[in-house]
Design a protein around this ligand. Structure first.
Ligand code: ZN
Ligand code: ZN
Length: 411
């Protein structure tokens, strides 16, 4: 892979992604297979003034062995030093970088109850850290780097491991707007401004309700809370802008927790807890998921939706034009970071507080009172956008507005 482009990518993640400041610590969550890129990130972070860089390594192979063979007693809690490491760094204002790269089917065959118990435990034990992350008390950024198992799932027809990895690199660079002689930082500024414009327009409409319809069976009404905001591009931590996902194409908000009714059909498979869930269909009544169907791995999906009370409700509503760069690639990435930025999507589980005006400074009780799904130990995006998706909005003063037509923004 082209070293010049890799360095551009590392600097982009550090300088635009977490936007590291002088004297700020950095934490990198990274698979061992992506170590060369973690080294570049480390260099870029120190060069930009980071006080220290901490790496949390993980490995698909060892993780699978753990899930299959570890003693049954280890799945109900997180080791205290793991909790301490993250929360202490977060209190020091750490910039957190996560590299999302995994074999999409790494946990095939693992006991779903082990996954459920471990998810419950990490949700509970790492609550303080995840609250800081969700409410932008620290800057964070999720990016991806190819690994062989993932690249071969995306390009099954390519036999050579290295060729598949190269092809996935090409697609990732396109998605994050890096070209050999381009200026990725300037490209990102322009891109964020464009999608932030859509977010401002959506917020100005102050929709009371959005109605989704398409030919694969989605027919859903989503009420929006008062004082909701649509967000896109950059988030703010103490007034400093960072970009939480690279790529990002979405314009998102949080629905009224009890205001979702109808049928929602997924348009793409979802990689969930190391399993591929296909053919998802949810039925909602007064916000709650009352019926779940999936063609494959339905149990994995049921387990995650059943995690806690808040996981039965939507926490995110996100708009992505069908005619957008990742979607136009026609590639199914089996990685939510990319697939969610190729299609309109929702997430079940906890909402981002910033989707309510001033929400990052509100207490849990105030967020609940504002009407969003403020409390869950999970947040799972799933893709619903199609080429024929129509979204019609009704404003609080009773006007009807076409928001999406033929899968694209109509506003
Ligand atoms: Zn999203
Ligand atoms: Zn999300």
């Amino acid at each position: 892979m082209n070293a010049k482009m890799l360095w551009q990518y590392a600097r982009l993640v550090v300088e635009v992604g977490i936007n590291v400041q002088k004297g700020q610590p950095v934490m990198i969550n990274c698979p061992v297979d992506c170590a060369p890129f973690a080294r570049m990130l480390t260099t870029a972070a120190y060069d930009a003034g980071a006080s220290d860089v901490h790496i949390n390594w993980r490995d698909d192979y060892c993780a699978r062995q753990h899930w299959l063979k570890a003693d049954d007693s280890v799945f109900d809690s997180v080791y205290p030093w793991e909790v301490l490491k993250r929360t202490e760094l977060a209190k020091k204002g750490v910039g957190s970088i996560s590299i999302a790269a995994s074999d999409p089917e790494n946990l095939k065959g693992v006991d779903p109850d082990r996954l459920r118990r471990a998810n419950t435990a990490s949700g509970r034990d790492l609550k303080e850290f995840s609250r800081m992350l969700m409410s932008n008390a620290i800057p964070w950024c999720v990016v991806s780097v190819p690994i062989v198992s993932w690249a071969k799932k995306v390009f099954p027809e390519v036999e050579d491991d290295e060729a598949a990895v190269e092809m996935l690199w090409d697609e990732i660079f396109k998605a994050v707007r890096i070209t050999e002689d381009g200026d990725a930082v300037a490209e990102w500024r322009a891109h964020c401004e464009r999608i932030e414009g859509y977010a401002r327009r959506m917020t100005e409409y102050d929709f009371a309700e959005l109605h989704y319809r398409n030919s694969i069976g989605t027919d859903l009404t989503v009420k929006m809370p008062e004082n909701h905001m649509w967000l896109a591009g950059g988030d703010y931590c103490n007034g400093i802008k960072f970009v939480a996902n690279m790529p990002t194409e979405e314009v998102f908000s949080a629905p009224l927790k009890n205001g979702v009714d109808g049928t929602l059909v997924a348009a793409k498979p979802l990689v969930l807890n190391g399993n591929v869930v296909e053919g998802i269909r949810f039925t909602f009544r007064e916000g709650r998921i009352v019926d779940i169907h999936a063609d494959t791995n339905e149990e994995t999906l049921r387990t995650q939706v059943g995690l806690d009370e808040g996981s039965h409700y939507l926490g995110e509503i996100a708009l992505v034009p069908y005619d957008s760069p990742i979607s136009n690639s026609g590639i199914l990435f089996f990685n939510t970071l990319f697939d969610e930025n190729a299609a309109c999507h929702f997430a079940f589980g906890e909402a981002y507080p910033a989707c309510i005006k001033g929400g990052d400074d509100l207490s849990l009780e105030e967020l609940k009172a504002a009407g969003i799904n403020a409390e869950s130990n999970t947040h799972v995006d799933f893709m619903v956008g199609t080429a024929d998706l129509e979204i019609t909005g009704t404003t609080r003063d009773g006007r009807t507005v076409k928001v999406f037509e033929n899968g694209n923004f109509a506003i």
